[in-house]
Design a protein around this ligand. Structure first.
Ligand code: HEC
Length: 124
């Protein structure tokens, strides 16, 4: 008798086995953050972007919201390299490769929900 038919014939085993299989499948298919996003987040922290733009790029007292960014990479890089109010990051301080990784992180952030869908902001 195969393992599969043994499980199928004993309902006591089938339920936990099915639950484990479902759990395993759910964990395996959960989206892993891409390696670039992970590295980009580490750079975002070490390069101090969070100090002004917040840890999730949500914006703060000193810097505006930058995530999720809608800029194509070229525009994003230009804003970081040649800015006005922000300290500019030259390629000597932040390489193009590092900037690309930060861009991957900032781009990976999910869109916030529409204001109407945030119960705390419903004053009616
Ligand atoms: C000292 C505070 C500070 C730090 C640190 C900082 N920023 Fe900024 N950033 C700003 C401010 C202020 C602006 C608005 C600049 C302006 O309008 O001229 C800005 C603007 C930007 C913009 C343009 C946003 C827009 O829509 O116009 C991007 C992109 C950006 N920052 C990315 C970054 C990244 C990436 C880092 C880290 C490598 C970083 N910033 C670090 C303060 C900061």
């Amino acid at each position: 008798m195969s393992a599969f038919s043994r499980i199928a014939q004993s309902p006591g085993l089938a339920v936990p086995v099915l639950l484990l299989w479902t759990l395993g499948w759910a964990l395996a298919s959960a989206e892993e953050p891409a390696d670039d996003v992970r590295k980009g987040r580490a750079l975002y922290v070490s390069q101090q972007c969070w100090q002004c733009h917040g840890h999730e790029g949500q914006g703060g007292v000193a810097g505006n919201r930058i995530a999720p960014t809608r800029y194509p990479y070229e525009a994003f890089a230009r804003l970081v390299r040649f800015t006005n109010l922000m300290p500019a990051y030259s390629p000597k301080v932040l390489s193009d490769e590092q900037l690309r990784l930060i861009y991957a992180y900032v781009r990976s952030m999910p869109e916030p929900p529409p204001l109407e869908e945030i119960p705390e902001l419903d004053f009616d």
